[in-house]
Design a protein around this ligand. Structure first.
Ligand code: TGC
Ligand code: FAD
Length: 394
């Protein structure tokens, strides 16, 4: 591994919880979050810079996620919303690509099977997906239909013993690695969800290269050329676009928490740097007024983000979480995390653009996070429609 890559930050100070919010969590919730944080510090941060550089997937983190049993907790419904949020926050403090790995598998794929699958589908898939023996992907976006998936062109038609699916999907996380793809397609004009095994004839997944964001995450285009699937591939409860959006609601929840972690990671690393780096008569950069102002602004923003995530978790735990709650949290927290990352990048000067530090990677990865799972504009329009009662999408 290249020597100048960022070290594991065991020594970073806890400068990001000025309202003592973490003290509100139960000892069990804090313990799980602590275990994830330790795993990230010891096994993810030391390797991720190189993978980001090389555009490679951090395979070595998979056994660590298995050891912690994070996705098995999801499979068994043994996790409360706040704990899931805290796990997402700690994963994203390492990298948004790491949180994505878990939230695609857990919230989008396992979530679709849990909410809309038959008993047989649950028996077949949830165990292997939870143990990360198998990977899944979620195919909604198409080349001409990103923000507006209602226009999707992928079609399913009935055959004698099942369905034939034709179409293409793009920007699909884990698409090449997946052995099962949740494919959203129109059947008789209605959006339905199918579990498509990726080794079926006519199914092809191709790596998308050339990303400058999410370089350590695998993204694919999927091509379905008359893929024949049995009757049992249909997710019985996935009966409309609204069902796909329900899955997204679960994943957007993890993103709202994850953004807090990404921002925390940036601020922790920046404070350490500013206390060590001196300019102008040997004074640490941290002693200058403009710099302290920016640190204070970021600490306040992170506190506000965490309060939003906390409230969202409470609403989810009470079964009261609505799409506009998720839209507000996803929109605000992703935007603010990106602003924090950009400010931290600036405060590190030239070092802010070098991968000796994690901030530049976090910043470019957050450009993906503000875009996927509904862009900032789309979430603003969802909120606008809630506020005014007028839909302004088209
Ligand atoms: P609209 O007519 O408003 O709604 C259709 C039906 O869906 C219901 N609904 C929702 N249900 C649950 N959660 C939500 N957030 C929902 N939003 C709407 C709605 O009530 C309605 O139900 P019903 O029973 O009346 O039919 O639909 P629309 O076509 O006008 O679109 C609304 C819009 C624009 C908000 C929606 O299309 C949207 O969210 N677009 C963004 C697309 C998106 O987020 N794509 C994400 C792809 S997956 C991804 O990015 C994974 S990233 C992977 C990683 O982490 O690495
Ligand atoms: P477009 O819809 O073309 O939007 C372009 C711009 O126009 C945006 O700024 C948007 O906000 C704006 N815009 C669009 N409509 C309106 C409007 N009505 N009013 C105002 N502004 C508007 N998808 C999946 O299905 N599965 C995945 O696993 C997945 N993983 C992804 C991984 C990565 C790394 C990335 C970058 C994307 C991933 N996506 C995935 C796709 C992602 O969900 C889409 O990129 C996103 O929904 C936006 O669609 P688009 O890129 O086509 O942008």
């Amino acid at each position: 591994m290249e020597k100048r890559l960022a070290p594991a930050p065991e020594t970073y100070e806890q400068v990001t919880d000025l309202f003592d919010l973490d003290a509100d969590w139960s000892s069990e919730q804090q313990a799980i979050a602590g275990r994830v944080r330790k795993m990230v510090d010891e096994h993810f941060l030391p390797i991720i810079g190189q993978h980001h550089n090389d555009e490679t997937y951090p395979e070595s983190i998979l056994p660590r996620i298995r050891e912690l049993g994070l996705l098995e907790l999801v499979a068994d419904d043994a996790i409360d919303p706040i704990t899931y949020g805290l796990i997402s926050r700690e994963l994203d403090r390492g990298g948004s690509t790491l949180r994505s790995l878990v939230s695609v598998q857990g919230s989008l794929v396992m979530g679709a099977i849990k909410m809309f699958g038959s008993e047989a589908q649950k028996q077949q898939w949830l165990g292997p997906l939870g143990r990360l023996e198998q990977f899944g992907c979620f195919g909604l976006t198409e080349p001409d239909y990103g923000s507006n998936p209602a226009g999707m062109q992928t079609r399913a038609e009935r055959t004698a013993d099942g369905y034939r699916i034709t179409g293409s999907k793009c920007w699909i996380t884990n698409g090449v690695r997946a052995s099962v793809a949740v494919i959203w397609a129109k059947l008789d004009g209605q959006v339905r969800g199918f579990l498509v095994e990726t080794d079926r004839p006519g199914f092809e997944a191709r790596h998308m290269h050339g990303k400058w964001s999410f370089r350590a995450s695998e993204t694919a285009s999927l091509y379905l050329d008359g893929v024949e699937v049995p009757e049992t591939a249909l997710l019985p409860g996935a009966t409309s676009l609204g069902r796909a959006l329900q899955c997204l609601g679960q994943a957007r929840y993890t993103i709202a928490w994850g953004a807090c972690g990404a921002a925390r990671g940036c601020l922790e690393e920046t404070v350490k740097y500013l206390k060590e780096r001196t300019q102008f008569e040997g004074k640490p950069l941290a002693s200058h007024q403009i710099i302290q102002y920016k640190l204070a602004w970021m600490a306040a923003e992170i506190t506000a983000m965490e309060l939003i995530a906390k409230r969202l978790g409470e609403l989810k735990a009470q079964g009261r979480m609505k799409p506009h709650h998720v839209a507000l949290a996803k929109m605000n927290n992703c935007r603010k995390a990106l602003e924090v990352a950009r400010t931290c990048r600036e405060l590190l000067g030239a070092n802010g653009i070098h991968n000796e530090y994690h901030i530049g990677r976090r910043m470019v990865d957050l450009e993906t996070v503000v875009t996927y799972e509904g862009t900032e504009h789309i979430h603003a329009l969802t909120l606008g429609s809630t506020i005014t009662g007028i839909k302004a999408f088209s």
